[in-house]
Design a protein around this ligand. Structure first.
Ligand SMILES: Cc1cc2nc3c(=O)[nH]c(=O)nc-3n(C[C@H](O)[C@H](O)[C@H](O)COP(=O)(O)OP(=O)(O)OC[C@H]3O[C@@H](n4cnc5c(N)ncnc54)[C@H](O)[C@@H]3O)c2cc1C
Ligand SMILES: *[C@@H]1O[C@H](CO)[C@@H](O)[C@H](O)[C@H]1NC(C)=O
Ligand SMILES: *[C@@H]1O[C@H](CO)[C@@H](O)[C@H](O)[C@H]1NC(C)=O
Ligand SMILES: *[C@@H]1O[C@H](CO)[C@@H](O)[C@H](O)[C@H]1NC(C)=O
Ligand SMILES: *[C@@H]1O[C@H](CO)[C@@H](O)[C@H](O)[C@H]1NC(C)=O
Ligand SMILES: *[C@@H]1O[C@H](CO)[C@@H](O)[C@H](O)[C@H]1NC(C)=O
Length: 526
């Protein structure tokens, strides 16, 4: 009996030691094996903490290595290498765009981060003609795409509010802004993708060719492959835009006007809106690089309402057609029910308008207010419940703008392809609502997270069909609920394109098996 106990003790010791040594050897082996891969670019190990930072500034999980790809083949070689290590390796791979995620989505704890911006081998190429397009690297910033295409008098059709984001990063989410109502999100304006799958295969896909992978990757949160190249549809670029803001005192006429404008045949080129609670939004708004005299004019605009709504829109024009633009804008504005005397407008170049948030970024950076925590909450809300939501949230849960703008604007489902991976409500009109908070000062993070939670909890309890955009879920039940009836299809696609769950681990949807030696090899050890 004693003999037997001793045997067991030895066995346990061996098991314990075996695991520690195995893990140690494993990490060493991994790094050594990466060093043997034939690459055009290189791995680096000195910048691990930089690869663990993001715009959210709330989570930080260092990788073990950063790949600076010199070619698409480098990405394929690396992913294939990890794939061939099999399911007992815990190694994962995250493509990092510009790292503008909010909660660590572009990080890979203990894995490999691929710095997509290093991928310069895919040269940007503009193809003018009847249906113009540009081929751009997945790691290209949208500002560079705009800069290049403008040289041909062309530009992409659909945007995000901020252009210092990568092509692959926004296409993995959706890419929404004030043009979405007309052109659909950015994922509705892509003709073709080149993707490195979770098996390390390089696949070209489009609505005609490998269409399932094409749609899976669009809005796919990086789960099915790494977008190395995108073919983006272009249109003739206007030279100028008239940029207009008007204020509303009540939510009903604000949203009715927004909905009328997005459905009208002849309308504005960009339509958004924001919520101003307790007047702080007019003065304290990082998007308001608008007109120096505006804050003053706005503060002279008297009302005792605590919550105001601002409709923002633009009309594109070329200088020689300014008269026509004036008439069209006048006709459109005359149909709206904003508060008289609350009309502000300015004329700027197209690039100044599209790159507007960058101007605010520069100002905030100068004050040290850019690299701060951003506990943002982005929601997609059906039209049928937006009033219930607004009534409870604006002025009740939120008594203040809480250090950042609150965006609110409607889009049309008919401009979205429901075969992509992105989750949208089953209603023809739905709203994008963004609470874009900066956490500055003591307890600001906790305070904002608490408010976000109250908004989420209220939405869940009221069953008003609210989904997160740029979602932050951490458990499988939450992801299941997010995808609803589409969860099985989402899982199936994962199984097809990234069966070992190597890619984009920071989304926390699928978990790669932790590293452990197979039972058989433990038995062998003993
Ligand atoms: C100031 C600001 C304004 C914004 N405004 C808008 C807006 O108006 N509309 C909007 O839709 N979004 C907006 N966003 C959100 C933006 O779309 C996300 O931050 C998105 O993640 C893109 O950022 P990124 O290129 O840095 O990607 P990252 O944050 O680096 O990556 C995002 C996710 O995609 C994965 N990924 C990155 N590159 C690739 C690739 N090539 N292939 C496959 N997967 C990849 C990553 O692993 C990660 O999971 C804004 C963000 C900021 C910071
Ligand atoms: C937040 O940003 C600061 C300044 O850049 C940095 O020192 C800190 O490590 C960041 N924190 C996280 C969690 O990323
Ligand atoms: C556009 O590209 C040119 C070089 O072609 C560069 O000089 C310029 O700074 C770029 N502009 C922007 C806004 O990035
Ligand atoms: C509204 O703003 C004023 C001045 O900024 C502040 O004193 C007041 O407490 C705020 N009210 C609420 C309800 O937030
Ligand atoms: C993300 O979700 C987790 C789990 O629900 C939560 O604890 C965390 O606060 C969220 N992060 C933010 C920044 O909202
Ligand atoms: C997409 O929409 C079409 C038409 O409304 C519908 O028939 C189809 O079932 C939808 N598909 C998915 C996957 O939701």
């Amino acid at each position: 009996m004693r003999q037997l106990l001793l045997q067991y003790l030895k066995l346990f010791l061996l098991l314990g030691l075996g695991a520690v040594t195995a893990e140690h050897v494993l990490k060493h082996d991994v790094l050594a094996s990466l060093g043997t891969l034939p690459l055009d670019g290189h791995f680096s190990f000195h910048d691990l903490s930089a690869a663990a930072m993001d715009f959210g500034n709330l989570s930080s999980f260092p990788p073990v290595a950063v790949l600076h790809p010199g070619s698409v083949a480098d990405i394929a070689t690396t992913v294939r290498h990890v794939f061939l290590m099999g399911e007992h390796s815990a190694l994962t791979v995250a493509a990092r765009g510009h790292g503008h995620s909010l909660y660590g989505q572009s990080q890979a704890a203990g894995g490999i981060v691929i710095r997509m911006e290093s991928l310069r081998s895919v040269k940007m190429q503009v193809h003018p003609g009847a249906s113009p397009y540009v081929d751009a690297s997945g790691g290209e910033l949208w500002i560079n795409v705009l800069n290049k295409t403008l040289k041909y008098g062309l530009a992409p059709k659909s945007w995000t509010d901020y252009l210092h984001l990568t092509v692959g990063g926004t296409l993995s989410n959706a890419g929404v802004s004030g043009q979405t109502f007309r052109h659909g999100p950015q994922i509705s304006n892509v003709n073709e993708l080149e993707i490195v799958t979770g098996r390390g295969d390089i696949v070209t896909c489009s609505p005609e060719q490998n269409s399932d992978l094409f749609r899976a990757a669009l809005g796919g949160l990086g789960q099915f492959g790494i977008i190395t190249r995108a073919r983006i549809a272009l249109e003739p670029a206007p030279q100028m835009v008239r940029w207009i803001r008007v204020l509303y005192l009540d939510f009903m006429s604000f949203t009715e006007d927004q909905e009328m404008l997005i459905s009208a045949e002849k309308t504005f080129d960009y339509i958004e809106g924001f919520v101003i609670i307790n007047r702080t939004g007019i003065l304290n708004n990082w998007r308001s690089s608008f007109n120096p005299q505006d804050p003053e004019r706005a503060s002279r605009f008297e009302t005792d309402r605590k919550v105001l709504f601002c409709l923002e829109m633009t009309k594109n024009f070329n200088p020689e057609e300014a008269d026509i633009m004036e008439q069209e804008v006048h006709a459109l504005l005359s149909q709206l029910r904003y508060t008289p005397a609350s009309l502000f407008h300015t004329d700027v170049t197209y690039i100044e308008f599209l790159d507007r948030v960058h101007s605010s970024e520069m100002k905030l950076r100068a004050k040290g207010l850019w690299e701060v925590p951003h506990p943002w909450l982005n929601l997609i809300i059906p039209r049928s419940t937006i009033h219930t939501f607004a009534e409870q949230v604006f002025g009740k849960i939120l008594e203040d703008n809480n250090n950042g703008p609150i965006l609110l604007y409607p889009v049309k489902k008919s401009r979205w392809d429901n075969r992509t991976s992105v989750v949208i409500p089953d209603e023809e009109v739905f709203y994008l609502v963004g609470f874009l908070s900066s956490a500055i000062g003591p307890h600001s993070i906790e305070h904002t997270l608490n408010l976000n939670n109250q908004i989420i909890e209220f939405s869940n309890k009221a069953s008003i069909g609210v989904k997160q955009y740029l979602p932050n879920y951490t458990t499988e039940p939450e992801w299941k609920a997010h995808y609803g009836a589409r969860w099985d299809a989402f899982q199936q696609r994962k199984n097809t394109y990234d069966p070992l769950a190597i890619l984009a681990p920071g989304q926390k949807i699928f978990q790669k098996k932790p590293a452990s030696l197979p039972l058989s090899s433990l038995q062998y050890l003993l």
